[in-house]
Write a protein that binds this ligand. Structure first.
Ligand code: ADP
Ligand code: ZN
Ligand code: ZN
Length: 654
């Protein structure tokens, strides 16, 4: 009997596929077990090779009766491997449920479980005219039709999603709804489940592998028709996928920073394009990248400009703190405003992006500063734990009583974190409930829900939180927001920082403006005259974005040029620098700008130094071919084994 030959992508970090043979006819996309070196490895057949006679090893087991990835899914993932310059085996592996990454798991035949009946709960709300218009336009979209649904906070985007989902279900199609961090926004899940009941499945990292595997199978078998998931769900299969929705499309958590560094939003857009289906990108603060495409008419635009409650949007006020003494980061005017808010039986929120008690612990006699042994980053004092903690690697250290360097008893804290604010505000307002929401206070399962519930039940109280607190929550009684550390965003040289700062301020304001009074957002800054801050003060995100886009276009900066980082990591700084310098010499500077080698923002992580070479090219094609050249070189060059190198295309962390 004749052999069939196949290209197989093996789950290893190599940028190629390998040829194997089998007596069996295997459909591409099927998982197989193959010998790689002396070990048995998981592989995925990517294509059949005809007319070859080369000597190959055999595929010793075919694991699935049906392919895991369809032909078009394989194409999309091959695109992703090229676009992000990441090994195909790892790209394919990223979208397998954990169980299926093991060659011991044989995909049991999909038992024909009865399809879950869609509960057609009556709609609870009558749409507003703007919502009606949006739903009409969106449900008339056919083929690949990427559309930005820009809706100010509280304009009812979720209700629009629900009607669009309903339209798909009526046509017997399935819908994929991506959300940045589901655990942080339980209300999206709740709203969709209230409407469609058991036809809704979830897929995110807080679930057990068994539950994720079940959701994967159900969506694939058409037993459930709506799947809500985070970035790892971007490729979830359904028999008839009719629509993809990306909620909060601007959110940085769509980008994966480790391993396969992809953006789930951009992958979803590519998927919609290949499947020829519409995709809705929803946000009150769309990314500049998306806005550029809208501007160039490549993406459609639908606007929801009115809040459901018809309230005035919150007013912004910028508080110049250059001459002001601060108490745990708060200006006296901010404390007065908090007191006034509490007096009216309303809630006040402090938004600060630092958890812990104080971000730095220093000696005021010598220059000693507490840093992590393996990461070089400043250790953060955590009061409850009485520990200095590294926020990079979670190492914990005892708190010295005198300086380890000069022996002086003059150790002091610098800066403010959520924990310190909690203690200070409790002293200032002893009768008031204070709710702190950050990574430390929400570690336990359900703690998030309990905290949200307590906030909803309280009248006058103070909320303190990191960006976790500003994502999608409704706080009906919230009247005042104080933002106390925006200056990092204002002064950062990096373009992504200002974009994120603007998005955060508009999002945090959105939490407040839902109360019945006239909500206020107080922004403390040392750069009160900064033009971007002044633009944001008007409360109109689109205008803020427009002025930044104009500037970026003039300077040929992203999103009008295209970036990638070559990252190098090794135990020695010099090794990284030599490696990247060598690489830089080979780059044609007419084709692209190369900056570096520079230490990464986080210059040392777990004992390993991190350096970047940042590349910026005028077109996507230029960037792509440059990266391809560099990677070919690196793969051939033995000295590249001295560092761990990787590529980050469209980076957002530097
Ligand atoms: P967004 O996601 O745009 O910030 P939401 O979808 O959370 O807004 O809607 C804001 C609030 O308005 C929610 O409490 C929602 O239930 C309510 N809502 C949305 N649409 C309507 C409507 N047509 N009639 C009444 N309430 C609505
Ligand atoms: Zn000292
Ligand atoms: Zn560390």
């Amino acid at each position: 009997m004749n052999n069939f030959f196949y290209n197989v992508s093996v789950a290893i970090p190599l940028r190629q596929t390998f040829t194997y043979h089998s007596k069996q006819k295997i459909i591409p996309g099927t998982r197989v077990a193959v010998k790689f070196g002396s070990r048995s490895k998981l592989g995925i057949v990517t294509e059949e090779i005809k007319g070859t006679t080369i000597q190959t090893k055999t595929i010793h087991q075919v694991l699935d009766n049906d392919p895991i990835f369809s032909e078009v899914e394989l194409k999309i993932l091959a695109w992703a491997s090229d676009y992000y310059h990441h090994p195909i085996g790892e790209v394919l592996g990223s979208f397998l449920p954990t169980n299926l990454r093991n060659i011991k798991t044989v995909l049991d035949d999909m038992d024909a479980v009865a399809k879950v009946e869609i509960e057609n709960n009556p709609f609870q709300k009558n749409l507003t005219p703007q919502q009606t218009e949006a739903v009409k336009t969106l449900s008339e979209l056919r083929g690949f039709a990427p559309t930005l649904l820009y809706g100010v906070t509280g304009s009812g985007k979720t209700e629009v999603y629900i009607r669009c989902i309903q339209e798909q279900l009526l046509q017997q199609k399935s819908v994929l709804l991506l959300a940045p961090e589901i655990a942080l926004t339980p209300q999206l899940e709740q709203r969709v489940k209230d409407q469609f009941g058991p036809a809704v499945g979830m897929y995110h990292s807080k679930m057990t592998p068994a539950k994720r595997y079940k959701a994967w199978k159900q969506f694939r078998a058409g037993e459930i028709n709506i799947l809500i998931g985070t970035r790892s769900a971007a490729m979830m299969s359904a028999p008839k996928l009719g629509l993809i929705i990306v909620d909060e499309e601007h959110d940085a958590s769509y980008k994966q920073h480790e391993g396969f560094k992809f953006s789930a939003r951009d992958l979803a857009i590519k998927r919609a394009q290949m499947l020829k289906i519409p995709i809705i990108l929803g946000s009150a603060t769309p990314s500049l990248r998306t806005l550029r495409l809208v501007d160039e008419k490549k993406f459609g635009l639908i606007k929801l400009t009115k809040r459901i409650t018809k309230q005035n949007p919150p007013k912004f006020s910028i508080l110049d703190i250059n001459e002001t003494p601060l108490t745990s980061g708060l200006a006296p005017q901010a404390i007065e405003a908090i007191a006034a808010t509490l007096k009216q039986q309303k809630q006040a929120m402090i938004f600060i992006n630092r958890r812990g008690f104080a971000p730095q612990f220093i000696c005021s006699s010598c220059a000693w500063r507490a840093t992590c042994n393996s990461c070089d980053s400043s250790l953060v004092l955590h009061h409850h734990l009485e520990r200095l903690i590294c926020h990079r690697c979670d190492s914990a250290f005892g708190v010295p009583s005198d300086c380890p360097s000069c022996g002086a008893e003059q150790l002091a804290i610098v800066g403010t974190g959520t924990e310190q604010l909690e203690i200070t505000l409790q002293e200032l307002f002893p009768q008031i409930s204070i709710f702190r929401m950050d990574k430390d206070s929400t570690k336990k399962a359900n703690s998030m829900e309990l905290l949200l519930q307590a906030i909803h039940e309280s009248k006058s109280s103070i909320l303190i939180g990191t960006q976790m607190l500003i994502k999608g929550h409704d706080f009906p009684n919230l009247e005042l927001v104080v933002a106390i550390d925006v200056d990092q965003g204002v002064t950062s040289l990096h373009p992504a920082a200002i974009e994120e700062m603007g998005q955060q301020l508009i999002q945090v304001a959105g939490r407040a403006g839902r109360s019945d009074g006239n909500a206020l957002v107080l922004v403390q800054s040392r750069y009160a005259q900064d033009k971007n801050l002044l633009q944001l003060k008007k409360g109109n995100y689109l205008n803020f974005a427009k002025s930044i886009l104009a500037e970026r276009k003039a300077l040929n900066q992203p999103p009008y040029s295209f970036e990638a980082i070559i990252k190098a990591a090794s135990p020695k700084t010099q090794t990284n620098i030599d490696f990247l310098d060598q690489l830089k010499k080979t780059i044609d500077t007419k084709r692209c700008i190369a900056v570096g080698p520079i230490p990464a923002m986080q210059a040392k992580v777990r004992g390993s130094y991190q350096h970047h070479l940042v590349l910026q090219a005028p077109t996507r094609t230029d960037l792509n071919s440059l990266l391809q050249d560099l990677i070919n070189q690196l793969s051939k060059n033995k000295s590249s084994n001295k560092v761990r190198w990787s590529v980050d295309v469209d980076p957002i962390e530097f």
